[in-house]
Design a protein around this ligand. Structure first.
Ligand code: FMN
Length: 198
């Protein structure tokens, strides 16, 4: 059965060439909303157990990026002990908003079907993020999957009006990469990670 015209070489190359590209490596230019919609739809083609379709997205663009940044800065100031406070982190939180085009907060709606373990809904949503990152690569766009204390904070859940069963899986920062950006990456040989049972 052949279900696609994409060649094995093309998918191998795409998977290998997908790179995390951070907002500070972006121009701040706006991506057409139509492309963002396509990426979001592609996310929803990831596998999901029980067909519960656990993906939920909150998209921040234009002025809403700054509002999100201000919220994260206030939260950082609230959660960070004085001796750990770092002004550079605040500047980074602020700047990454204007350097990005869209920021997608990706949420897993868990427990819609009590027979499906929560981790499986989160896994399906993580696969969706991978779909978006691979799609972004083909569109020549930057993507960065960010997590951490601010992303997982209770305050962030409350701000988005999430219920107990809705979990933030990450913030996906999307942008236009600066011209000439080359990102190298390495992986250890796959043979180190495989036990081939014979
Ligand atoms: C679940 C998850 C959470 C991540 N969170 C962060 C993060 O908070 N900060 C960060 O710099 N990168 C984060 N990343 C991106 C990784 O740093 C990145 O994938 C890694 O450096 C490998 O680079 P590559 O994506 O170009 O292969 C995360 C990736 C995943 C899968």
């Amino acid at each position: 059965m052949k279900t696609t015209t994409i060649t094995p070489q093309q998918i191998n190359e795409l998977i290998k060439n997908r790179r995390t590209i951070y907002p500070h490596e972006c121009t701040g230019e706006k991506i057409d909303d139509k492309i963002i919609w396509q990426l979001l739809e592609n996310a929803t083609w990831s596998p999901n157990h029980g067909k519960v379709e656990p993906w939920q997205f909150f998209v921040f663009a234009d002025d809403k990026r700054k509002e999100l940044g201000n919220f994260l800065i206030k939260l950082y100031e609230k959660l960070t002990p004085k001796e750990e406070y770092n002004q550079k982190k605040v500047i980074k939180l602020r700047d990454r908003m204007s350097q990005s085009s869209h920021i997608v907060v990706v949420v897993a709606k868990t427990n819609q079907n009590p027979r499906i373990p929560e981790i499986e809904d989160i896994e399906a949503v993580a696969c969706g993020i991978q779909n978006m990152q691979l799609s972004a690569t083909v569109y020549g766009l930057a993507s960065y999957w960010g997590t951490g204390a601010l992303v997982y904070a209770e305050e962030t859940h409350v701000q988005l009006g999430l219920s107990e069963n809705e979990k933030i899986v990450g913030f996906l920062y999307l942008g236009v990469p600066k011209d000439g950006l080359i990102k190298e990456a390495t992986r250890k040989p796959v043979e180190e990670k495989v036990v081939w049972i014979k």
